[in-house]
Design a protein around this ligand. Structure first.
Ligand code: MN
Length: 291
């Protein structure tokens, strides 16, 4: 199932280029709220019958007629893996944007996850707002995003799949510094619109193997990143085991699994196109932040 959020926080089931509104399946107290999707995810099993009923009676609309929102506008937590592809770790170690000290980047197995502010989430219809700050370069990072379905605390890797609701495309945009300036990773990656997600959530039953998905990113038609999640250093299950050993992961939380090699700058006026096998595509323009 491909679950989108659109217009006034309506929940839609996407089929090809059409969408059916199934908002009525969710308790009416959540209608019109950005948290409607968190409730759907948390109660998904018990909502199966109402969802099917709503789906059967909903009229089909064209996706082109609706305005897609971030599928999870208010995730409780957005966790992210650093340097989780070997070739990306190598390119960062040899770049002028490397962390201070010039040491090789350690994998998430050694250093664990970092946090992005959940307020940095944006959606498929939102432009990337690039702040006009001096001495920084804005980098694109395309990543597989994992959506937590069932609360996870102390979950071993082999049972992690039971706690995954689905997957989406995620961009982990980063305002890197040049020269001596140092800023916290959380700040660099938490500017508003720096975590585009979407275009919808694909439920886990439709993804045969999250460890074998091609991901690609273009800027103005130029292919910049092309890789496969089989090259993740630390796989999805192990990432969830590690994170859920630190803090309880809750329905609607998002885990960004890391970006492959090929990260590079984006500028105002650019158009960023990202795809992951089976998860759709994002087309985002880059504008200068107006505030
Ligand atoms: Mn990243």
């Amino acid at each position: 199932m491909r679950i989108a959020l659109f217009d006034n926080y309506r929940i839609g089931i996407v089929d090809g280029t059409s969408v059916r509104d199934v908002t009525e399946a969710v308790d009416s107290r959540w209608h019109g709220s950005p948290y409607v999707i968190n409730d759907l995810i948390e109660h998904f099993d018990e909502l199966n019958a109402p969802l099917q009923a709503a789906l059967a009676s909903a009229k089909e609309r064209s996706l082109a007629e609706v305005s897609l929102l971030p599928p999870i506008p208010r995730p409780g937590q957005v966790l992210a893996a650093p340097a989780n592809y070997g070739a990306h770790a190598a390119e960062m170690t040899s770049s002028r944007h490397r962390p201070a000290g010039g040491q090789a980047l350690k994998s998430p197995r050694e250093v664990g996850f970092f946090v992005k502010a959940s307020g940095s989430i944006s959606g498929p219809a939102d432009a990337i707002q690039r702040p006009a700050l001096p001495g920084r370069v804005c980098h694109h990072e395309v990543e597989l995003g994992v959506v937590i379905g069932k609360a996870a605390r102390g979950v071993p890797a082999e049972r992690a799949i039971d706690h995954i609701f689905g997957y989406l495309i995620l961009l982990d945009l980063t305002l890197r510094t040049e020269g001596e300036r140092q800023e916290e990773r959380t700040l660099r990656k938490s500017f508003e619109t720096f975590t585009p997600i979407g275009p919808f959530i694909v439920t886990a039953d439709e993804v045969t193997d999250p460890g074998n998905l091609g991901l690609r990113l273009w800027v103005n038609g130029e292919l910049r990143q092309q890789a496969n999640t089989r090259d993740l250093i630390v796989g999805v299950g192990e990432l969830i085991e590690q994170a859920s050993g630190v803090v309880t992961l809750r329905p609607g939380d998002i885990y960004a699994t890391g970006t492959p090699e090929g990260v590079g700058p984006i500028e105002v006026g650019d158009v960023v196109h990202a795809e992951i096998d089976g998860l759709g595509e994002l087309n985002l323009s880059v504008v200068e932040r107006g505030w």
